[in-house]
Ligand binder design. Structure first.
Ligand code: SF4
Length: 90
């Protein structure tokens, strides 16, 4: 099991959901694969060959959540209800 840092390095609010990229010391193969398989090209290689996340064209397809489910590098949070904290989705 991979462990991600607690603080997100990139996060975005999309359609009420929050998607966070939680960096590890090195990007996993699964995270790197998202540069090829995210249908909206939200992931790209940035400085020092690290993965950058931009939600600009995200369609909430869920691919990143499934592909990185085991690494913990992508976290999704359900829309906040009034007065309730955001709830992390599995
Ligand atoms: S939900 Fe789909 S479109 Fe949005 S960032 Fe993840 S893989 Fe890309």
């Amino acid at each position: 099991m991979f462990r991600a840092t607690k603080r997100p390095s990139h996060s975005a609010d999309v359609g009420g959901f929050r998607i966070e990229l939680r960096r590890r010391a090195e990007d996993s193969a699964a995270l790197r694969a998202l540069t090829r398989i995210c249908p909206s090209a939200c992931f790209r290689f940035g400085e020092s060959d690290r993965i950058e996340f931009s939600s600009e064209n995200c369609t909430l397809c869920g691919t990143c959540r499934r592909v990185c489910g085991a690494t913990g590098e992508i976290a999704w949070f359900a829309p906040e209800r009034i007065g309730a904290p955001a709830r992390r989705l599995a």
